[in-house]
Design a protein around this ligand. Structure first.
Ligand code: UDP
Length: 460
């Protein structure tokens, strides 16, 4: 129950599952430290409030154009359209929360707002209302550093990427190469740059601080660079938040198929490759077929998440048929296919020996926390950045390579699962797991950072 002196934080998640989950993790972490939390949210892709009885949820009833909601829409266009359409409704919702707090009607005056880092328009809107806005980055610090370096990359002539820059390390964003920079297939590079420029501008002009779901042992140098770029010390690396929170896995996008955990119980230790490209990525039929053939050819047992409509050209709700010769492998029980897995439980299972991942930031952190080595297949957005750090900087994953055929897939899978190189990567993954654990212990850096964050929040 909120007391008379309780301060309230207004949160505004970006309406996609892998953005909502970390925002609600932060909400629970703040609540456990005595702050009251109101989650203002879009009606589009509204968060599930069921597991959060002590948070207050306030829908905005925004009006969105098709460009903001169409699942087939260009992703960058969608993010620009969401920002444009939600700026005014968020400003009004925040004003209303401030008034309710001042009138003593909401169990705590508003101390500050925490908005997702992709809501550049909301960061500015909060500043206009006179509320300190902190940005929650649900991606890596390396991704934000890359975004804040775009204008420098442009003026140094590295952008647009051409020729040999693709394979060269670019000094302003080292260890990234040209091909690791943020890109969104199907979106015009100019629009990607426009989006990044808007985020950059809001961060520099209006954000009072930045919260990261990361930890010092993996990203201290890049966090240091960001502090210099933003001229602020108000950065808080409080990850991995799901570990700091210690809460069980939430439902997520779909109901998970728990039968796959029973199947894992019957597999040998570290023998199974878990394959999942997250909740959004879609692949072409040819790539899907090469993945399937390569898996079958590797002889390695696998657990593969194939979401409905994962393969382009298949209708929503339809699972693509498994190509020969993968179907008999599954029929024999040497491989398993599910539409959605309880991923954190899967990664924690002793039978898992590797994770073929798109390197979404949540998946990357979850893999690091369980000490599972990765095989990286980044698809778009920040995934290329994360993949480069996983393979090059932290050495806990192997590249699949850009040329993607069944023979190379089979070779890469074997290299990770049974090869010497894979063993070295596994060893480093084990070390990183221990560091992730240390960071959330009582005297760890992330635990200290969240205490500092709470003090900062109530100072406004
Ligand atoms: N996830 C899951 N089951 C699945 C596939 C994914 O629970 O079968 C979860 C995964 O644990 C992670 C999230 O979905 O927390 C995916 O987020 P990520 O940032 O990795 O990728 P995105 O979906 O944004 O591309």
């Amino acid at each position: 129950m909120a007391g008379a002196t309780t301060r309230r934080v207004v949160m505004f998640p970006f309406p996609f599952p892998s953005h909502i989950a970390p925002m609600l993790q932060l909400a629970e972490l703040l609540r456990a430290r005595g702050l009251a939390v109101t989650v203002v949210h879009t009606s589009f892709n509204a968060p599930d409030s069921a597991g959060h009885p002590e948070l207050t949820f306030v829908p905005m009833h925004e009006r969105l154009p098709d460009a903001a909601t169409d699942p087939g829409a260009d992703l960058v266009g969608q993010m620009l359209a969401l920002n444009a359409a939600c700026e005014a409704p968020f400003r009004e919702a925040l004003r209303a929360e401030v008034r309710r707090g001042q009138a003593g009607r909401s169990g705590g005056e508003v101390a500050c707002a925490v908005v997702d880092g992709q809501w550049y328009a909301a960061i500015t809107a909060a500043a206009e209302v006179g509320v300190a806005a902190l940005a929650l980055r649900t991606d890596s610090a390396a991704t934000l550093h890359c975004m804040l370096s775009y204008s420098r990359l442009c003026s140094a002539g590295y952008l647009p990427i051409k020729g040999k820059c693709r394979d060269e390390v670019l000094p302003p964003v080292e260890p990234l190469r040209g091909r690791d920079l943020i890109r969104v297939d199907g979106s015009d590079a100019e629009r990607v740059r426009e989006f990044i420029a808007r985020v950059d501008n809001a961060m520099r002009a209006a954000a009072m601080g930045v919260v990261f779901n990361t930890f010092h042992a993996i990203e201290a140098p890049v966090l240091h660079k960001i502090r210099r770029q933003l001229l602020t010390r108000a950065t808080f690396a409080i990850g991995p938040m799901h570990r700091l929170l210690g809460a069980p896995e939430e439902h997520g996008l779909h109901a998970p198929d728990r039968g796959c955990v029973a199947w894992l119980h019957a597999q040998a230790p570290r023998s199974v490759l878990y394959v999942s490209l997250g909740s959004v990525a879609r692949i072409d039929r040819e790539v899907f077929d090469e993945m399937a053939m390569g898996l079958a050819g590797s002889g390695v047992p696998f657990l593969w998440v194939i979401r409905p409509a994962f393969v382009t050209g298949t209708a929503d709700g339809d699972a693509p048929p498994l190509p020969e010769p993968l179907a008999p492998v599954v029929a024999d029980g040497k491989g398993k296919v599910v539409t959605w897995a309880p991923q954190r439980d899967v990664l924690a299972h002793p039978a898992i020996g590797g994770f073929w991942t798109h390197c979404g930031w949540n998946s990357t952190l979850e893999s690091i926390c369980e000490g599972v080595p990765m095989l990286v297949q980044p698809c778009f957005g920040d995934q290329t950045v994360n993949a480069r750090y996983v393979t090059q900087q932290w050495g806990v994953g192997l590249e699949l390579g850009e040329v993607f055929d069944r023979a190379r897939v089979a070779e890469a899978v074997r290299k990770l699962m049974v090869g010497e190189e894979g063993a070295a990567v596994r060893e480093r993954a084990r070390d990183l797991k221990a560091k992730a654990r240390q960071s959330v212990e009582d005297d760890g850096a992330s635990a200290a950072a969240i205490d500092r964050l709470v003090r900062y929040m109530v100072s406004f």
